[in-house]
Design a binder for this molecule. Structure first.
Ligand SMILES: [Zn+2]
Length: 464
């Protein structure tokens, strides 16, 4: 026994975590739909489940944990963007443009989540690579009477699965009354959901027994989890917003298609994120992506620290003040541990994390140990949380850099250029500084240079 306890949404209780196979602990987390940059709310589950992944590796062994997180690369928003580009004159077929959009979004996602210190999952399946499995699963659901084809669609019949609604604790009648369900003439019950839908000429589609079409969103996760983790596995995670209908539908599909398995044993849901006490929204002007924060010079490690300050089952509030506090703490800890070798993680930190991933408690234990100057243990414990690691340390190293010389150079070049109206030397130095990851701010008051998140000291030294 490792002493790990997790709050299982399915049981509505904290339970001892007992893996099916301790030599291969298996976790599936719903990943992003890759149509745009990840916003800060998308980063919360990534950091939460990365921390759980790190903890599981610590408890069971680095190679004894399989973590699957999918990319949803079939989506109307991806198609819409590809179509917009094609109409704007971009070369290539619609399929090429869809592929291009998903490739660039996946690259952004990796760069941004790497910056937060999130380890890459063991497997990152793309929905489009598992269409055959989704079609097979849909066929088997029709054969067993849990789904039906109608007008090019295939729908899951919720009334065929008695436990529907159990995860989120609702009855089908409540759901019909409370949810904004899409009423369609081909649905037998308004709660029936799509497993397969027809594709028009402009939409990506695959041949199927029901004509050219594409899978519904929910079937993706069921098919990929089954293919990669088996009929039964340990943990399924995701944001609370996915509990209904997405997770409820995943359970219904998987339980009916694989009646001998029991899908995921533990269901974990993280609460949502707010900004300065308000829901993040484009209309309120407080909507930002992870990349926006990194570009403002907030290090990824600071973002990670702030996300870990709140327990994952509590709503969390992102504030500029928390980011300032986190940065001051991390700077102090980085300075103190720069030449310290890590010992073993503090018992208090491990105890907090094994108690349903209490990251706030773990950070409190870290603060206490830092107060006592136990730096080898602070470093080892912080690393368990994905903090004070080498890959995330560039920002702290950049703090020691003296940009005074280049600041003076740029300022005097600018004064000279104002007289001659020839700004080529100013522009050349500015470009070289930006290429070295330095943020260049020029105003009437003068020149200000700040190392950015991608600061590269070697490139700075190479500027002539
Ligand atoms: Zn999912």
């Amino acid at each position: 026994m490792t002493g790990l306890r997790l709050y299982n949404t399915k049981a509505r209780a904290k339970q001892d975590f007992v893996p099916i196979d301790a030599s291969n602990v298996r976790m599936y987390v719903c990943g992003p739909t890759v149509y745009d940059r990840a916003h800060l709310g998308n980063a919360r589950p990534v950091v939460v489940f990365d921390t759980l992944y790190r903890l599981l590796r610590h408890l069971y062994g680095t190679d004894q944990v399989t973590y699957v997180r999918n990319f949803t690369d079939v989506d109307d928003k991806i198609n819409a963007e590809a179509l917009r580009r094609q109409k704007a004159g971009a070369p290539g077929t619609l399929e090429d443009l869809i592929h291009q959009r998903t490739e660039e979004t996946i690259a952004w996602y990796h760069a941004d989540m790497d910056a937060l210190g999130a380890l890459r999952p063991t497997l990152e399946p793309r929905a489009t690579e598992f269409i055959a499995q989704m079609i097979a699963m849909t066929e088997s659901l029709i054969a067993s009477g849990h789904a039906y084809a109608a007008k090019g669609h295939v729908l899951f019949a919720v009334e065929s699965y008695a436990a529907y609604g159990k995860l989120s604790g609702r009855s089908v009648d409540d759901m019909i009354a409370g949810a904004r369900v899409e009423v369609a003439p081909y649905k037998r019950n308004p709660m029936d959901f799509v497993l397969w839908k027809p594709s028009s000429g402009e939409e990506p589609g695959w041949d199927s027994p029901w004509g050219k079409g594409r899978p519904g969103w929910h079937i993706e996760c069921s098919a990929m989890a089954h293919e990669l983790l088996g009929e039964s596995f340990d943990i399924h995670g995701g944001g609370l917003d996915l509990q209904f209908p997405h997770h409820e539908n995943e359970i219904a599909q998987s339980a009916c298609a694989h009646p001998n398995g029991d899908f995921a044993h533990y269901w974990l849901h993280n609460e949502m994120l707010q900004v300065e006490g308000k829901k993040m929204s484009k209309s309120l002007g407080n909507f930002f992506t992870v990349r926006d924060l990194l570009d403002q010079g907030i290090p990824g490690e600071v973002i990670r620290f702030v996300l870990l300050m709140t327990h994952y089952r509590s709503p969390m509030d992102w504030t500029a003040e928390k980011a300032r506090q986190a940065e001051a703490t991390l700077r102090k800890w980085r300075e103190a541990t720069a030449s310290v070798a890590p010992s073993t993680p503090l018992l208090g930190v491990v105890a907090a994390l094994t108690d349903d991933l209490n990251t706030a408690g773990a950070l409190a234990a870290l603060h206490a140990a830092a107060g006592e100057g136990d730096w080898p243990a602070v470093k080892a414990s912080a690393e368990l949380l994905g903090l004070l690691t080498a890959p995330l340390g560039a920002w702290a190293a950049a703090l020691d850099v003296d940009l005074g010389l280049q600041t003076e150079r740029l300022a005097s070049l600018r004064i000279a250029a104002m007289a001659t109206k020839d700004f080529s030397a100013v522009d050349a130095l500015k470009s070289a500084l930006i290429a070295a990851g330095v943020q260049v701010r020029m105003s009437k008051g003068g020149v200000d240079l700040v190392p950015g998140p991608d600061f590269d000291p070697a490139k700075l030294d190479a500027i002539k």
